[in-house]
Design a protein around this ligand. Structure first.
Ligand SMILES: [Zn+2]
Length: 177
């Protein structure tokens, strides 16, 4: 048996996956739900069904990510700029996955929220969407003058306005596939 096989499968489910119809018995492994997600899905038709599964079968573990994991995710989200798009609960989803991964679980986030997918991707945490296939990246470049701020879409080494050095900037845009 390889070590890969010994590692436990762990799924972290978010509200978008539940909304789009994920059923916990379709996931073979341990299933986790951040507590905030359990609040988000209250009153939602599919959410109520899942909450019932949790109560009756004790099939899904409802928990809160630890503070260290949450703090690390906040730092990473700040780096990517995703923090503006992410709610505290979105970050809890990623934090819980990050925590489980650091405890040597084979983690997968089940989410159709592409801001969560983006952050997970950045942090090297596997994810799977049930509705969207995932995201792809589109790169967009701008050359910006370090002196006067002149911007160009074409490659330029020195600014023709003031002669200062031009710096290349990359903008990543998310695109649903
Ligand atoms: Zn310039």
């Amino acid at each position: 048996m390889t070590t890969e096989k010994k590692r436990k499968k762990a799924f972290v489910i978010d509200a978008s996956a539940i909304f789009n119809g994920i059923l916990s018995h379709n996931l073979h492994g341990k299933k986790y739900l951040p507590q905030c997600v359990s609040y988000e899905i209250e009153g939602m038709h599919r959410g109520e069904a899942l909450l019932e599964e949790i109560t009756v079968k004790k099939d899904v573990i409802v928990t809160i990510p630890d503070k260290t994991a949450y703090a690390e995710v906040s730092i990473q989200a700040n780096e990517t700029g995703d923090i503006a798009e992410l709610s505290e609960c979105d970050m809890s989803v990623v934090a819980l996955a990050y925590e489980l991964k650091s405890k040597n679980n084979l983690v997968e986030i089940i989410t159709d929220d592409y801001d969560i997918q983006n952050l997970a991707n950045h942090m090297g945490i596997p994810y799977k969407g049930i509705y969207w296939k995932g995201i792809t990246w589109v790169h967009d470049y701008t050359w910006v003058c370090t002196g006067c701020g002149f911007k160009s879409k074409k490659q330029m080494d020195t600014c023709f306005e003031c002669g200062s050095t031009m710096k290349k900037k990359v903008h990543r845009k998310k695109k649903r596939s």
